[in-house]
Design a protein around this ligand. Structure first.
Ligand code: ADP
Ligand code: MG
Length: 399
């Protein structure tokens, strides 16, 4: 689960991390009020969307010469005009994809005098099960570009969860960033605070880009991007409360209510599959036959009828879906239960596109009987490849 920059900074400051003063604003009036409270002389008007690269992003409808999604201004009036221009507009960055994201809230922050910009992030290293720290002197840039062009400028080290952060970790970080004296002390303190926050809140990733040294030698977190491990959210109701559903796909929100593993994609073939591996294989084979999957969906092993009905409705709600392929290999999941779920869902929402069903494994015969006797216009398939071929043909109007 992702949160906005201003929320990430609020979370980090609970752990003592020094961040610039700022206030979120949902309207032009709130932006002006925030600027008046900050007092200036320099303000930064920052678009809050769940994507990075905002500074270099482009607003739809403003032309290539307009400023990006992060703007440094010098008066309350300029905060007002920029807020007017940014709120409600779609911002396209290299992380949003071409569709962009609508800016519904801003963060009005005090301007910092930047002497140096660094990159610093914490993430879980799945190989070692430790928290990894990634640091670079090349701040404010896309870290993927730095990794590609100048990998020697990136320093990575792990923190053993059994011991946590030690002074030598702080020294490693300071060395990587070329800091000494009081700034080295600040870096060590910051690392301890970030690590404590990361572990306490079950973060999956915490990225500070840029981390800056100010003109008066203070280390400051100028941008913060945080995502949380969704499997640990049950332990953090205060984090769940930060969720901004307007940033998420409504179909994925609905799926999460039913504990379904669903990811919306851009294609035209809706897929309902049990098992993540089989779901991946189903997507691959749809591509092999020349079409694109509209979603990834794993209904899971213990799927009951209600869950399957919900899943089918979510697939049907996608206007891009031109055909549906149900591919079930019954093991713990029983084909008859899946079949009943599909029949129920179709009865409730109607079937307007071709449907191919492939059932195999536990209670497959019973499942096929339920589908055949339902009177639904279903195309039966014998195996995975047959199913993919049939649904692609049906969608192309050849079946
Ligand atoms: P993004 O990474 O999405 O582009 P950032 O928050 O990193 O957004 O802002 C982009 C750039 O804007 C930063 O690299 C920094 O140079 C500048 N910037 C951001 N916040 C401030 C601030 N409070 N004061 C001065 N400059 C800022
Ligand atoms: Mg940034």
């Amino acid at each position: 689960m992702n949160i906005h920059e201003h929320q990430a900074k609020a979370v980090l400051s609970e752990f003592g991390v020094a961040v610039p003063r700022g206030y979120p604003a949902f309207s032009v009036d709130e932006a002006v009020k925030a600027a008046e409270q900050l007092g200036g002389p320099v303000f930064v008007v920052k678009s809050q969307i769940h994507a990075g690269g905002r500074g270099k992003g482009r607003f739809e409808g403003l032309g290539p010469d307009a400023k990006g999604g992060v703007r440094v201004v010098k008066s309350v009036d300029d905060v007002r005009t920029n807020a007017q221009e940014m709120l409600g507009r779609v911002l396209v960055t290299h992380q949003t994809g071409p569709k962009g994201k609508q800016v519904n809230r801003l963060y009005i922050e005090e301007g910092a005098a930047i002497a140096k910009e660094f990159y610093l992030s914490l993430l879980v290293d799945r190989e070692t099960s430790w928290v990894s720290v990634v640091a670079s002197t090349e701040g404010g840039m896309d870290i993927e570009t730095v990794a590609h062009d100048t990998p020697e400028k990136i320093v990575t080290f792990g923190i053993d969860p059994a011991t946590g952060v030690w002074p030598f970790h702080g020294r490693t970080l300071s060395k990587a960033l070329g800091l000494s004296g009081d700034l080295a002390k600040q870096a060590a303190r910051l690392l301890g605070q970030l690590y404590t926050a990361f572990v306490a809140k079950d973060m999956a990733m915490l990225e500070v880009n840029p981390l800056i040294v100010t003109a008066d030698d203070q280390l400051r977190v100028l941008d913060a991007k945080v995502s949380f491990d969704s499997n640990a959210l049950y332990r953090h109701p205060e984090v769940v409360a930060l969720r901004d559903e307007s940033e998420e796909d409504p179909k994925e929100i609905e799926a999460s209510k039913f504990d379904l593993s669903y990811i919306a994609l851009d294609g035209e073939i809706g897929c309902m599959v049990n098992g993540a591996g089989l779901a991946m294989a189903t997507m691959d084979i749809i591509k092999l036959y020349g079409a694109e999957p509209a979603n990834f969906l794993d209904v899971g092993g213990g799927a009951d009828e209600a869950k399957v009905t919900a899943a089918f409705k979510i697939i049907m709600a996608d206007p891009n879906v031109k055909g549906i392929l149900v591919n079930i290999f019954g093991g713990i999941a029983r084909c008859d239960i899946l079949a009943n779920g599909v029949v129920n869902a179709v009865k409730q929402v109607g079937l307007t596109v071709p449907l191919v069903v492939r059932l195999e494994g536990t209670n497959a015969e019973l499942g096929k009987k339920i589908i055949n006797e339902s009177g639904l216009n279903v195309i039966a398939a014998n195996d995975l490849s047959d199913g993919a071929e049939k649904i692609v043909k049906a969608v192309r109007g050849l079946a």
